[in-house]
Design a protein around this ligand. Sequence first.
Ligand code: ADP
Length: 154
Amino acid sequence: MKRIAIFPGSFDPFTKGHEDIVLRGSKLFDEIIVAIGYNSAKSQRYFKIEFMIDRIKETFAAHPNVKVQPFAELTAEFARANGARYLLRGLRNTTDFEYENSIAQVNRHLNAELESVFLITAPSLAFISSSVIRDVHRYGGDVRNFLPYSLEGV
Ligand code: ADP
């Protein structure tokens, strides 16, 4: 049976930190589905979802085992519908841990077949967060070093 993992997130925007988690995860699983969704606490996106899907596809063009899909349902349901038995997430610090721990417990309750798997961030990427990148970009700062694709023309 194919080992499929989903990597869900807002990815607003998708960063080099996210890329690292996908690349490392793709060595552990047969297929990774980057599931770009709507986070209730961050309902207004800064980068359009269609634009970000294209940028993520472009990033993993050479990796046929990485797929990208939008989703607007429960992560646990999306995983079930796509035959994914693993939920991949990245951990940067204790704040991430607190948040991820509670989400993982809820997901275990919603879908007992879904195993949450956490990868610790590479130290050089641990400071990268989508929210800081949004702030820098909003005020015209250079964010090229933090993204695995170009924002040329945006
Ligand atoms: P969400 O809105 O669901 O938290 P994010 O797009 O912010 O989605 O993050 C998706 C996942 O990527 C989360 O597990 C988050 O901890 C992880 N992540 C975010 N930034 C980094 C980074 N720099 N390095 C590794 N993992 C990261």
